[in-house]
Structure formats: structure tokens, C-alpha cells
Design a protein around this ligand. Structure first.
Ligand SMILES: [Zn+2]
Length: 550
């Protein structure tokens, strides 16, 4: 997004070191050791499926009553039952894990997030369920795989039979609030359900107005939203909520931050932190359809592009510092758990692609995952457990002592903020793998599918091409698969590769079967995407509009 105004004087002196080689670095082994020291912290001083019948109606009332009647959470024991009254979920759109200091990045992109991480656990191997905004956020907020919730393309919204974490929280009397800033988080997709307030910072009008604009309003709104600066709005809306939120009971706050999403145009002063001496004149606007941003582009311009991305991350990290300060001033941070994650990462031509929603490579699939207690001790823990966005909702259930028996065991994410000996560190209590799905843009019935296990990753491309990545190539880089073959060649693949494909098939079958149970009537398009929204999504590259779109 373009930045018409300066941020108000938070420019930093230029950093010193050159960025490390992105393509091949391994972050899990060296995470954080050589990164600059974090900025001063803004933290306070330590002190079986449950399906919801059609709504509204008696079945819905029954389901809510059932939730209330179950006294104890069937998830992991709520070890923080008396210590936590607020959960804050920060989703930073398009933030790849290896550009976060706490995840090992060598540039000062995230001093505030790094300070948070010191009071919690960094999950080195956290994965999205896809590589674009809509299905990833559905997974994050429902605890369901993409092929279970079924919201895998434009025009679908969260089925009425599936509960979001906000709905579960609200049904239990938790104060709920959300702030969103991108078009795929609009209430029309179902994300507003369960939130007492669901504030719109997307730059396309009040709340759900983006789906109801006529042609006359469309062009101006389109331009406005494309160039929108959303972070100040987010800070203001969160601050207003913090000042007015009830001081008793429990609270759940969801914040979707959009400005890291392309185009990368941070406010003045930010790109200079990462690239003070660029003398080129390359045009980085309209990234997704900008044909000069492609494989083979000048290396110096590519470095500049990445510096602009890093500038957006730092600008967003500064916003998070402000959000945390506002929550702290309102007294809401001391007994809170804060989760920092992303819906997906971003490609910078590592495999020839740019942006996201094109592949399931590590650079788009691996996301930051930090679970912290700002008012707790500096436990500074790191975990190499494989975790997924689908683990977020069960963990929130555990912390707020909600019933989420249908979502299964909360796992290591839920225990991440608990002081004491390291938990969730490969002790076998975590998940075996993470599953991902991406519907191919031009092939209605085909998809990318991936399974990330503890020692290997397998990706099936549309058409049956299979790529297998094994240690030591994985984790850390998936530039070159250990083996490539197709379905017909499975019998000739190595035993490890064949086993991984079998495990992928089994996981996909289970996810789809659960989907059939949760939404017995096949999904019909449920979000009527009007022309204005379609135009906007096309401009962002989410929908193909011309032959020039990748
Ligand atoms: Zn996104």
C-alpha cells in the first residue's frame, strides 16, 4: 500500500549487517543468535465433532446450552485457568517466518515481537493450512483444515454449521472484539460472527459495506482501499476498545494487520533501515501484475523489493508496540496471552514466483508462531514441534476454559505460555504433521496438497506431480526436492517418499470426511461477491483478470 504520510518520527538509524542468504539459510538451528538486540520492551514488569444445526432456531439454542452445560474443557487441562483473563490474537497478513527476528532474521524488523517472544515460546515449525488469506483465516479461527471447512475459493464463506472461536467464546460469556484490515476478512465471509464488535480498517467503508457498493462508488473506493494505510486505524480501534472493555470477566481480541501485504510502500524512513543506499529507479508498484518483478530481474532491485517488505514489517511491529502499550495502559495485558502469527508467508522468486497463492513452498507455508504472556516471566522457550494454524483455536479454548471437545487435544501450543520445564519439545504429545491445501487457480477440480512431518515434506501438485523433501534439505529450505515423480512412479520412489505420499493421502481423506460430517450439504457459494469486491481482489492479484496475472 502507498504511504501518503510519514509515521511521525520513528525512523531508525541504518542497520549494519547485510541480510543473510535467504534461499538456503536454516533458521531452526541458529534462530536469533546473530540478530541485533531487541528494542526496549513495551511489556509490563513481570509480576467427536460438535456440529451446529442451522441457525437461528432451537438447535442453535440447544448447542449453546450444551456448551454451557459442559463444565470442564475436554481440551488439555487449563493450567492457566486462574492466571489468564485476556487472549489477544495478532494475525499479520503475508508475514513469512524467516523475516521475524525471534525466528532468526538478521535485520531489525520486529523488536517488539522479539520482546514478546522473550516472555513465551517461539514455534520454529509452524505452518499455515494454505497460502492465501481467506482459507487460512478460516482455519485459524475454526481449528479446521482447509479441506474440512471447505472455504477454498472466492465466493464461499464459513458454513453456518461450523463454529468460530469468537462464537464459542461469546457463547461462554467472554467479551469478544475483532479488528480487520483486508478484504477477505469482511463479515460477508462469516468472520464477524461471535464478535461483540468487529471493526473495519480495510479502507473500503464501514464494516461490511464493501459487498454492497454500486458502480458509482466502486472506483473511488477501489482506489482508496488499494492505497489505504491501515495500521493507524487498527491502533486507534484497538485502543478505543481497550479503554471501554469490561474490567471483569474474560476477553478475546482478534487483530488482523494488513500493511505487510503487497504492495510494499512503507512510510518514509522505514526502507532506509534496511537499504539506505539504493540508487535505482525500479517501479515496485502493482506487484502482482508488474511484469518487471519476475525471475531474472536485477539482483539489486530484488534486494530493494525485499527491503521494502522489511520496512512494512518494521512499520507493523511499531504499530504492535503501540497496541500493546494501549492494552497495558488499560490494565488488560498483565493477565493476558498474546499470540503472534500470520496467515501465510510471501515468495520472493525463490522458486520463480512472487507474492502468494501460487504454491505451497516453505516461504509461503511457514508462518511465525509466538505464544507469550507479557505479564509473565522471561521463559524464552523455543519449540521444534510441528504446529499448524488449526492449533490456534483449540489453544484459545484451553486458555479461556471453553468447551472445544470437538476440536481435539489442544497440544503444545496451549502449554506454550506455562512457566516451568520445557513443554511441547518433541515429547510426542504434539501433532504428527501439518496439512496444507491450495486450490489451483485455473483448474477447478485440482489442487496443491502438502504434508509436513517431523522429518520430511511432500507436495502433490495439480495433475499428480509429487515432490518429496527430506532431511537435511528440510526443514530450512525446500528449493530442491530430494525426489520428484508422479503418481504412476510411486512404486519406484524411495520407501520414505512413498510413505509420505501414503500419509498425505490418509490425512486428506480424514480431513475431507470430517468436512462431510460438518457440512453435510455440499457448499454452495455463500458469499455473494459483488463487482466492487471482485475488482478489488483482482487488483490485489487474488483473482486472475488478464493473461498477465501469474
Ligand atoms: Zn493473507
Amino acid at each position: 500500500m502507498r504511504r501518503p504520510v510519514a509515521p511521525g518520527g520513528r525512523a531508525r538509524s541504518a542497520h549494519v549487517a547485510r541480510p543473510r542468504q535467504r534461499d538456503t539459510e536454516k533458521t531452526t538451528a541458529t534462530g536469533g543468535r546473530d540478530r541485533p538486540g531487541p528494542a526496549p520492551s513495551s511489556m509490563p514488569s513481570p509480576p467427536p465433532d460438535v456440529r451446529r444445526p442451522n441457525r437461528p432456531g432451537s438447535f442453535a439454542a440447544f448447542a449453546v446450552a450444551l456448551l454451557g452445560a459442559i463444565a470442564l474443557c475436554a481440551c488439555k487441562a487449563p493450567v492457566l485457568r486462574d492466571e489468564v483473563d485476556t487472549v489477544v490474537l495478532l494475525s499479520i497478513d503475508s508475514l513469512r517466518a524467516d523475516h521475524v527476528g525471534a525466528h532468526g532474521y538478521g535485520w531489525p524488523t520486529t523488536p517488539s515481537i522479539d520482546a514478546l517472544a522473550a516472555r513465551g515460546t517461539v514455534f520454529e515449525r509452524a505452518y499455515s493450512t494454505t497460502s492465501w488469506t481467506l482459507p487460512a483465516h478460516v482455519s485459524m479461527l475454526t481449528g479446521l483444515e482447509a479441506e474440512t471447512h471447505g472455504v477454498i475459493d472466492d465466493g464461499r464463506s464459513i458454513p453456518a454449521t461450523i463454529l468460530t472461536i469468537a462464537e464459542r467464546a461469546k457463547a461462554a460469556g467472554v467479551e469478544t472484539a475483532g479488528v480487520y484490515s483486508g478484504p477477505y476478512l469482511q463479515p460477508a465471509y462469516g468472520f464477524g460472527r461471535g464478535f461483540g464488535t468487529y471493526a473495519n480498517c480495510s479502507g473500503i467503508g464501514a464494516d461490511d459495506a464493501g459487498l454492497g457498493l454500486d458502480w458509482g462508488e466502486r472506483k473511488g473506493t477501489h482506489r482508496k482501499s488499494h492505497e489505504a494505510v491501515t495500521n493507524p486505524c487498527i491502533r486507534a480501534r484497538v485502543g478505543a476498545w481497550a479503554r471501554s472493555a469490561p474490567r471483569t470477566g474474560k476477553r478475546f481480541l482478534f487483530v488482523h494487520l494488513w500493511d505487510v501485504h503487497y504492495d510494499y510502500a512503507p512510510p518514509p524512513g522505514y526502507v532506509e533501515i534496511f537499504d539506505p543506499d539504493y540508487r535505482g529507479s525500479a517501479d515496485f508498484s502493482k506487484l502482482f501484475v508488474n511484469e518487471s518483478i519476475r525471475a531474472g530481474m536485477p539482483a539489486r532491485d530484488l534486494r530493494r523489493l525485499i527491503a521494502l517488505y522489511d520496512g512494512e514489517i518494521r512499520w507493523t511491529d511499531d504499530t504492535i508496540a503501540g497496541i500493546l502499550a494501549d492494552l497495558d495502559a488499560a490494565g488488560l495485558l498483565r493477565r493476558s496471552i498474546v499470540v503472534v502469527t500470520a496467515d501465510h508467508g510471501e515468495e520472493f522468486l525463490e522458486h520463480g514466483g512472487k507474492a502468494h497463492r501460487l504454491s505451497l513452498h516453505e516461504e509461503v507455508l511457514r508462518v511465525p508462531m509466538i505464544v507469550a504472556r507479557p505479564g509473565g516471566p522471561e521463559i524464552g522457550r523455543r519449540s521444534e514441534e510441528v504446529v499448524s494454524l488449526v492449533d490456534v483455536a483449540p489453544a484459545i479454548c484451553s486458555w479461556l476454559v471453553l468447551d472445544c471437545a470437538d476440536l481435539g487435544t489442544a497440544g503444545p501450543l496451549a502449554e506454550a505460555a506455562v512457566p516451568g520445564p520445557a513443554r511441547g519439545g518433541g515429547d510426542g504429545r504434539g501433532r504428527d504433521d501439518a496439512l496444507a491445501h491450495l486450490k489451483a487457480r485455473r483448474l477447478d477440480d485440482e489442487a496443491f496438497r502438502a504434508r509436513v512431518g517431523h522429518h520430511a515434506k511432500v507436495v502433490e501438485r495439480p495433475g499428480g506431480g509429487i515432490e518429496f523433501y527430506a532431511a537435511p534439505d528440510f526443514p530450512g529450505s525446500d528449493l530442491k526436492p530430494s525426489e520428484s515423480f508422479d503418481r504412476a512412479g510411486l512404486s519406484r520412489a524411495s520407501a520414505a517418499a512413498a510413505d509420505s505420499v501414503g500419509a498425505l493421502d490418509a490425512r486428506v481423506a480424514r480431513a475431507q470426511e470430517k468436512g462431510r460430517l460438518l457440512r453435510p450439504v455440499d457448499l454452495a457459494p455463500t458469499a455473494a461477491i459483488d463487482d466492487a469486491t471482485r475488482d478489488r481482489l483482482e487488483s490485489l492479484g487474488y483473482l486472475p483478470r488478464t493473461e498477465s496475472s501469474p
